[in-house]
Design a protein around this ligand. Structure first.
Ligand code: IMP
Length: 184
C-alpha cells in the first residue's frame, strides 16, 4: 500500500477488517434469508458499488440466490452536507412481491435511507431490509437498519466507495479525511 494521501488523517477501517466484516455480514444475511427463494439487492450508486460487489460475491459463494439492481440518488447541497434527496436513476424492474435488500455505503443523518425506505415500501415488496457498510454516530432518524458493518465517529470518511467530491472512491480502505481538506 502506498503512503497515505496528505488530505487523509488516518486509516479508520483497514482492507483486512473490511474483508472480514463483509464475509460475516454475508453469512448473517445468508442465514436470515435461508428460506427466501431470491433476494432482490438494490445498490445505491455511486457509493455502494464496491461494498455491493464484494458482498454479493460472498453471497454467491454461500449459494444465496439473488439479483442486483441499482438506484442513483443525489442530495442537494454541498458535498459534505446532507439535504433533500432526489432519484437520478430508478430501478429497472418493479419490486412488488420481491424480497428487497437495500445496500448503502454510509448512513449519516439517515435522511437518504429513510427517504428511500419509504419510496420502496410504497412499491409493495414482499419484504424490505437495509444494509450499510458504515453508520456515523450522528445518525438520528432511527431508520430501520438491519445490517451494519461498522459504527464510526462523526468524521468525513472516504474510500471503499465513499468519496469527497468524487475523489478517493477506489481506495481499498476507509480513511478519515482531514477537516481542513473539506472546509477549505
Ligand atoms: P444521510 O442522508 O445524511 O444519511 O447521508 C447519506 C449520504 O451522504 C450518503 O449516502 C453519502 O453519499 C453521503 N455521506 C455522508 N457522510 C459521508 C462521508 O463521511 N463520506 C462520504 N459520503 C458521505
Amino acid at each position: 500500500m502506498g503512503d497515505l494521501h496528505p488530505d487523509l488523517a488516518r486509516v479508520l477501517i483497514s482492507k483486512d477488517a473490511i474483508e472480514k466484516r463483509v464475509k460475516e455480514m454475508a453469512k448473517q444475511i445468508r442465514g436470515d434469508f435461508k428460506d427466501t427463494q431470491r433476494l432482490y439487492i438494490v445498490g445505491i450508486l455511486k457509493g455502494a458499488f464496491i461494498f455491493l460487489a464484494d458482498l454479493t460475491r460472498e453471497l454467491s459463494e454461500l449459494s444465496m440466490p439473488h439479483v442486483v439492481d441499482f438506484m442513483a440518488l443525489s442530495s442537494y447541497g454541498k458535498s459534505t452536507e446532507s439535504g433533500a434527496v432526489r432519484i437520478l436513476m430508478d430501478l429497472r424492474e418493479p419490486i412488488e412481491n420481491q424480497h428487497v435488500l437495500i445496500v448503502e455505503d454510509i448512513v449519516d443523518t439517515g435522511h437518504t435511507l429513510s427517504y428511500l425506505y419509504h419510496i420502496l415500501e410504497g412499491r409493495k415488496p414482499a419484504s424490505l431490509h437495509t444494509c450499510a457498510l458504515v453508520r456515523k454516530q450522528r445518525e438520528r432518524l432511527n431508520v430501520p437498519l438491519d445490517y451494519i458493518g461498522f459504527d464510526i465517529p462523526d468524521v468525513w470518511v472516504v474510500g471503499y466507495g465513499l468519496d469527497f467530491a468524487d475523489q478517493f472512491r477506489t481506495l481499498p480502505y476507509v480513511a478519515e479525511l482531514k477537516r481542513e481538506a473539506y472546509t477549505r
